[in-house]
Design a protein around this ligand. Structure first.
Ligand code: ADP
Length: 488
């Protein structure tokens, strides 16, 4: 699938340190999840190269921070333009290594670029403060300065957007970055890095360290333990988030963590049911259910339960599953065998405890079957089932029945996670009550799509720390410095 790139030089397989492409002493395979075939072998780096990248970033820092915000913004704007211009090729690379349908992949490229555009603009709005004095002989000022070398460890489900969302605010603020993309999707990251180079990013300001699962652990350890790295931003599982937080404790590193979710999706009986079904479709089945904001538990009120399940099953059953490059396909493969095994275990557990499979419930039949799971709707689901507690991360919609508003709020909040939540209602009083009562960082009301660059994305409880995107998203990469001027 990569033979058809309009610009083949976007296909990079070496890592990027200090503006140089680095082959590393060994390589690892990147495969196409739709076919299992090898796409490329990519540089497998370790601790030594990580130290080199951190040193290069640190050396590049003084000149990068000394540029005016407008100069940094100009480079970011150019990068944004190149990302959009090459959306077709970047989309192809992404579909090849990640599996999502090509139109969805191109959509992610544009969404990912929007963070670069947004933070290029925000770079110019990092205002300090003067504070009214309480002592006539003194003046109080606050400067905002870049925090220093920043590290980013990113997942495979959004191979570009999860990088730009972290890296663009860091670069805008005046910080150099070291990025460790997911082992499944390094090619998208490297193609973005190539475009950053073309946009005029100075050597050492943006570095990419690639590695397989084992070397990712080694690279991560060095990034966490480094005294020079002042901020680590991570998107991935809560389990790995805990490990990284622990590893960062000795150096009191600032952390941005976007971890797991267990999103409730509530349909009240006063909702527009067709719109709720549409919302559930995008929230649940986008990226084959592999996003941390995907609806994980669907709660539908008694009076509209049967109607909702029937309509959702009809739509889910119509999803075209297949290779993401094939025209008309709206759901690709799952990322790997482990992901499929988890989905199968959630479905088997639910069925063994009394749930019914309304549609789907198995791997796809036929030659493509191995890595594909059919869009599934489960009815008569109860809170005793695994899918009520754990993130399924696959195309399975378990539908729970509820009676009262109070009851569903309690069920929705009964989780250690708190990332995204959704509900559908047309009652304005209820919209406020439920919107305020849900213990989540984000609430989609009458919509299943909530993420854009202009809003704060993030979770409460064990879903993470900090917010990405919006004018708040740059704060993590900035330190406040208080200047007290005496003897006036
Ligand atoms: P997922 O479940 O989405 O695969 P992970 O949390 O396992 O999420 O992985 C997200 C990112 O974290 C990937 O880039 C992966 O290489 C990296 N990673 C996984 N384990 C570790 C670790 N122990 N130290 C550093 N990085 C890690």
């Amino acid at each position: 699938p990569l033979a058809l790139l309009a610009d083949p030089s976007l296909l990079k397989t070496d890592a990027l340190i200090n503006g140089e492409w680095v082959a590393g002493s060994s390589r690892f395979d990147v495969t196409d999840p739709a076919t299992g075939l090898k796409l490329a072998d990519v540089a497998r780096l370790g601790a030594t190269e990580t130290e080199a990248a951190i040193a290069a970033a640190n050396a590049a820092w003084p000149a990068w921070r000394a540029k005016t915000a407008k100069e940094r913004a100009a480079i970011l704007q150019k990068w944004n333009a190149l990302l959009v211009q090459h959306a077709e090729d970047l989309g192809r690379i992404m579909t090849a290594e990640q599996g999502k349908p090509l139109p969805e992949a191109k959509g992610e490229v544009v969404y990912g670029a929007s963070f670069v555009e947004w933070f290029a603009e925000e770079a110019k709005r990092v205002y300090g403060e003067t504070i009214p004095t309480t002592d006539g002989n003194k003046r109080f000022l606050v400067l905002k300065q870049p925090i220093g070398v920043c590290a980013a460890i990113t997942p495979w489900n959004f191979p570009i957007a999860m990088i730009t969302r972290k890296v663009a605010p860091a670069l805008a603020a005046g910080c150099p970055v070291v990025i460790k993309p997911a082992e499944q999707t390094p090619l998208s990251a490297l193609a973005c890095a190539e475009l950053a180079q073309r946009a005029g990013m100075p050597p050492g300001v943006l570095n990419i360290l690639t590695g397989d699962a084992d070397s990712s652990i080694a690279i991560g350890k060095v990034l966490c333990e480094s005294d020079v790295v002042r901020h680590l931003s991570f998107t991935g599982s809560t389990e790995v988030g805990r490990i990284l937080m622990k590893q960062c404790a000795p150096t009191i590193k600032k952390l941005g963590l976007e971890l797991g979710g267990n999103a409730p999706f509530i349909v009240f009986d006063d909702a527009d049911i067709d719109s709720a079904v549409e919302g559930a479709m995008v929230s649940k089945y986008r990226n084959a259910g592999q996003t941390c904001v995907c609806a994980n538990r669907l709660y539908v009120q008694d009076a509209v339960y049967d109607q909702f399940v029937e309509k959702l099953a009809a739509k889910a059953g119509a999803i075209k599953v297949g290779n993401g490059f094939e025209a008309g396909v709206t759901q690709g493969p799952l990322i790997d065998e482990q992901a499929l095994a988890k989905v199968e275990s959630h479905v088997a557990d639910a069925v063994s405890k009394g749930a019914t499979v309304v549609v789907g419930g198995s791997r796809l039949a036929g030659p493509l079957g191995e890595r594909f799971y059919t869009p599934t709707v489960l009815a008569n689901v109860t809170s005793e089932m695994l899918c009520a507690r754990e993130e399924t991360f696959g195309p399975v919609a378990p539908v729970f029945r509820f009676k009262t508003e109070a009851e569903v709020i309690e069920m929705a909040n009964a989780t250690e996670f708190g990332l995204a939540s959704y509900f559908f209602s047309r009652d304005i009083g209820r919209i406020f009550r439920v919107g305020e009562a849900l213990e989540y960082g984000m609430v989609g009301i009458n919509t299943g799509l909530i993420s854009v660059a202009e809003v704060p994305f993030g979770g409460v409880k064990q879903s993470g720390l900090g917010r990405e995107g919006s004018h708040h998203g740059i704060d993590d990469y900035i330190e406040l410095k208080y200047l007290c001027l005496g003897d006036i």
